[in-house]
Design a protein around this ligand. Structure first.
Ligand code: MN
Length: 338
């Protein structure tokens, strides 16, 4: 993709989304994320930095959800999540940098927007930064994964394995084009063409949200999955062991579909799940994965402000990001809420 086409699909970061309380501008211990966020324009050359740098990148897309006949609205998710992240307290030292890297936009041409996303993810990785992607529909996972794949192959490394926290397999047939329900079959088909294995694990599956054919396809392709109803506080250790066993030392890409949560706590999604998981369990799983030293990138998708009462789903997404970033920076720090 050339620069001019990339620029058509890319929007540089907006500072006005990052606003909040200022207790004492001279006391770093009182800082919130809006006081430490820096802007990163991906159309400009990026300077290398020391320390750990996280780059937030939005994928403003409803097209996958529209093609999937879901409830549209996730396009405004990245903006809504950023507004909630702005007031999170900073537990970071001076060696940790947070960047807003702007958004990739999708009107209707999902395929080209996916390419722009691949390119944006590669730019972030090449700069030595850790990508944190904000959806948008869950179709964000295709461009995100392909960016990780191409970066790994340039480095002559194995691509990461995929852990998806989701009510759905999202492995439906894609002969009519991709949507927010097809990404993981698209990835499986791509890897098959490349002669690579497909390593995919889904945690939080709902039987009522997937057809028999999807369970069959998952079994055929060796997909590891755990139903939401089979996960409880008392067997979390087994879930952790299964995740470790699945990843067996490979790098991990984590993708979180917000409909893994119960609609009681996450109403603002395309496909609400009355029997979805409660945040404490999902949080513990995500933190465990973040502390494994194997996580190289993650995204959170499907936050749909149109259905989000009082921003509670965006807030939930922001606390998940808070927990994962703090777990990555300091695996020993176990904050009570994430
Ligand atoms: Mn889902």
């Amino acid at each position: 993709m050339d620069k001019a086409l990339f620029e058509k699909f890319y929007q540089a970061p907006r500072c006005d989304l990052w606003q909040g309380r200022v207790d004492d501008p001279n006391d770093p211990l009182s800082y919130r994320w809006h006081q430490i966020i820096q802007v990163l324009d991906l159309t400009r050359p990026i300077q290398g930095l020391g320390g750990k740098a996280f780059a937030f990148l939005g994928f403003k897309s409803d097209e996958g959800v529209r093609r999937n006949l879901g409830r549209q609205g996730a396009r405004l998710g990245p903006e809504s999540i950023r507004r909630q992240m702005a007031n999170l307290p900073s537990y970071f030292g001076r060696d940790v940098h947070l960047f807003d890297a702007g958004d990739v936009l999708c009107e209707t041409d999902l395929e080209t927007a996916q390419f722009a996303l691949v390119m944006a993810v590669e730019k972030i990785l090449s700069a030595g930064m850790f990508p944190v992607l904000l959806g948008g529909g869950h179709e964000i996972a295709l461009g995100h994964y392909m960016g990780l794949y191409y970066h790994a192959s340039k480095q002559e490394q194995k691509p990461p394995v995929i852990i998806n926290l989701d009510a759905h397999f999202d492995m439906r047939p894609h002969f009519n084009g991709g949507s927010s329900g097809t990404m993981f079959l698209q990835i499986a088909d791509f890897l098959k063409e490349q002669g690579e294995d497909f390593h995919y694990m889904v945690i939080g599956i709902q039987q009522s949200g997937n057809t028999r054919s999807l369970f069959q396809r998952a079994d055929e392709l060796g997909v590891r999955y755990i139903l939401a109803r089979d996960i409880s506080e008392s067997n979390l250790q087994e879930v952790f062991e299964q995740a470790d066993d699945f990843a067996y030392g490979r790098d991990v890409y984590l993708t979180i579909c917000t409909d893994v949560f119960s609609s009681a706590v996450a109403p603002g999604v395309s496909a609400p799940q009355p029997f979805g998981m409660y945040p404490e369990l999902v949080l513990k799983i995500a933190k465990y994965i973040a502390r494994s030293h194997r996580l190289i990138s993650f995204d959170i998708a499907e936050v749909s402000p149109r259905f989000d009462e009082d921003h509670q789903t965006a807030k939930l997404a922001s606390v998940m990001i808070f927990a994962i970033l703090n777990s990555l920076v300091n695996p020993e720090l176990n904050l009570v809420v994430g």
